[in-house]
Design a protein. Structure first.
Length: 239
């Protein structure tokens, strides 16, 4: 897996474990460039383990992985982030004691050009107008939906090659879930490559192009969002 690719991320034969307990089992996944790919599964199915493996926060026992055609199996976490993988995770959230502005600048850590940084922040303010009104407010005082938006904004400010959204709807009121998925639709319209990890299958499939279902650490279905919507694996809004 090297050179130019039509896929931003390719994974094959991925296995991980916690101690002697197997977690991911022979997982394969492909994310085409400029598309939204969702991974659906119940709590404990292995979704977050997959996210951690992509970022090398969990060491793979075996398997192969490439980013934009370049093999990344040996890359440490910081290099994967530096080279274009960004994570917005509900479990990680924001830096609560820092202002909104400081949080955004943390996301732009790898931007060393002040002019470019200013341009990127201006883009964020246009895409997330509520954050512009909260720049000097500490992140911990925002609503749950606003913190989710800040986490996403912090992840996209650096224009990542691949944006990973881990459970963005978790714990949000329905109106804020709608607002967050409107943001995801706007990012999709900009042709951002996105891996969306969700329990809310209905919402995830409303924005995704392709999808996978993971159960007990293994992929049990893959296909188009339409095919997944019609499959036996998607019966309830929350799997």
């Amino acid at each position: 897996m090297s050179g130019a690719s039509d896929n931003i991320l390719e994974i094959s034969g991925l296995n991980t474990s916690y101690g002697r307990i197997p977690m991911l089992r022979d997982v394969g996944l492909v994310i085409p460039k400029g598309q939204v790919c969702c991974v659906l599964g119940a709590n404990g199915a292995g979704k977050t383990t997959l996210v951690k493996a992509i970022l090398n926060m969990i060491k793979a026992d075996k398997g192969a992985m490439s980013l934009d055609g370049e093999k990344i199996d040996a890359w440490p976490t910081h290099k994967r982030v530096e080279r274009g993988i960004a994570l917005s995770a509900s479990a990680v959230g924001t830096f609560h004691k820092m202002t909104v502005d400081a949080n955004l600048r943390m996301g732009a850590y790898y931007i060393n050009n002040e002019k470019l940084l200013s341009e990127r922040l201006s883009e964020i303010y246009k895409s997330f107008p509520v954050l512009r009104l909260r720049l000097n407010q500490k992140a911990g005082t925002l609503s749950g939906g606003e913190r989710t938006m800040l986490a996403i904004a912090r992840a996209v400010v650096n224009h990542p090659k691949l944006l990973i959204l881990d459970e963005p709807s978790l714990g949000l009121a329905p109106i804020m879930v709608e607002a967050v998925f409107d943001i995801i639709r706007s990012l999709r319209a900009k042709r951002m490559s996105i891996l969306l990890v969700e329990q809310n299958s209905v919402k995830a499939l409303s924005v995704a192009t392709t999808g996978y279902v993971i159960q007990k650490g293994a992929i049990v279905f893959s296909g188009s969002a339409a095919a997944l919507s019609d499959s036996e694996y998607v019966e309830n809004p929350v799997m």
